[in-house]
Write a protein that binds this ligand. Structure first.
Ligand code: ADP
Length: 408
């Protein structure tokens, strides 16, 4: 069956059409600048060149219609009719405590996702718009919600509770949720296969390092701790996000610069991280180049990032009472050889030895620790779309005619 995977942001909509039997991507693309001027669709059909179509899209419904038209049209299409799309899998950022796994989307599920909007005001409303637009454009087609938070719902209270009055957890559900769960789940399974470990008897650390970064401790296949928190702002220093800071800094900056709470949070989300530290770029390629040319701030930013990764690996090794294997994934984890080297050379105390030659490769599955290393370290490319497709098929199953997402 062909499954349409949708990842909807506030002004963008990314998609992939994947065949579930062959797991091949028939087409992939993105609608950008939805609801604002200068909209365009980037579309890449398998074995054909990418096309860019300039077209304004007033809303997500228009964007979905355009995607479906492009997937079926004579020029760029890959399927004869929309009947070929058997199911839709949606990435949903925040499932709160309600969703511990992926679910078939029903009216009740939509309402429950809506009730999590407060927890992810930037993401969940956009995800819901995508769900509703697809329900209109593909009436009766089963749709599945796959949550970024679900994999981390196995964390114990000692890992997810903050040092705050208990009533905040009871009244507002303030706790650590963690994100990138689809990636952490997918990569941890792949890591076990690659390292020859059994998932239910393994201590893994997954380093998802991209523009947004998070690390998780996966014990016997279950996430027991992760670096992001109530929101994706927490944890590691990221491309533009601060990661963990002393919370009192927020009020201090607000007072010093006469900023509102929203303005300070915008600084923490968009102007901080390695971008803010280096005053140069959020992209590690730029920072490494600048550092090589003697830019001290760029070097400091990269070093601070690597130091934090080293600290998390130490903390999660302690949390699990050891570690069998470590994975590096996402844009930086898969491609950033120098960052990986800087991190791994500080893990000698765990008996980890880097294979320098293997570490030069980018973007492919690879063992980057030596055969004699006490802990296996791998680069494992993540594939969130493939994982969403698999989840969708697992829920919709062979009974494609039975479960149906109603129209909303
Ligand atoms: P997102 O969190 O937006 O999905 P990605 O996982 O795509 O981010 O990662 C993007 C980041 O990966 C870039 O900002 C850059 O820092 C890093 N990156 C990509 N390629 C390389 C490379 N060859 N060397 C170093 N860093 C890289």
């Amino acid at each position: 069956m062909d499954v349409l995977v949708i990842n909807c942001g506030s002004s963008s909509l990314k998609y992939q059409l994947i065949n579930s039997e062959t797991e091949s991507v028939l087409a992939a693309g993105a609608c950008e600048r939805i609801g604002i001027s200068g909209g365009f669709l980037k579309h890449k059909a398998s074995e054909r060149d990418e096309v860019i179509i300039d077209v304004s899209m007033p809303d997500h419904e228009a964007a979905i219609k355009l995607v479906l038209k492009t997937l079926t049209d004579k020029e760029n299409g890959v399927i004869a009719s929309l009947k070929s799309i058997h199911a839709v899998g949606h990435r949903v950022v925040h499932g709160g405590e309600k969703f511990t796994s992926s679910v078939l989307i029903t009216k009740e599920v939509i309402e429950e996702i809506e009730s999590c909007n407060d927890l992810a005001p930037l993401h969940n409303p956009a995800n819901l718009i995508g769900i509703k637009a697809c329900a209109k454009a593909l009436p009766g087609r089963p749709m599945v919600a796959v949550f970024d938070t679900a994999f981390h719902q196995t964390m114990p209270p000692e890992a997810y509770l903050y040092g705050l009055p208990h009533r905040y957890y009871v009244d507002y559900k303030i706790r650590r949720y963690g994100f990138h769960g689809t990636s952490h789940s997918y990569v941890s399974k792949k890591l076990c296969e690659a390292a020859g470990l059994s998932l239910d008897d393994s201590k893994l650390i997954v380093c998802h390092l991209g523009n947004g970064s998070s690390i998780s401790a996966v014990l016997n296949g279950n996430s027991i701790d992760t670096s992001m928190g109530l929101t994706p702002l927490a944890g590691l220093i990221m491309g533009t996000r601060s990661g963990d800071i002393d919370p009192a800094i927020i009020e201090y900056i607000a007072r010093k610069e006469g900023k509102t709470l929203e303005e300070v949070l915008s600084v923490l989300n968009k102007e901080s991280g390695v971008l803010g530290m280096s005053e140069l770029s959020s992209d590690f390629r730029d920072l490494e180049e600048a550092a090589e040319n003697g830019n001290e701030l760029a070097e400091q930013a990269v070093d601070a990032f690597c130091y934090q990764v080293v600290k998390y690996i130490g903390a999660y090794t302690a949390a699990m009472g050891g570690v069998d294997a470590i994975a590096f994934t996402a844009g930086l984890g898969e491609n950033g050889c120098r960052v990986r080297q800087k991190i791994i050379q500080r893990l000698h105390y765990l008996g980890i030895e880097l294979d320098d030659l293997a570490n030069q490769f980018r973007g492919i599955p690879m063992r980057i620790s030596t055969e004699s290393s006490a802990v296996a370290v791998f680069v494992i490319p993540t594939n969130e779309e493939l994982a969403i497709m698999r989840e969708t098929v697992a829920i919709v199953g062979d009974h494609i005619e039975k479960p149906r997402t109603e129209s909303f």
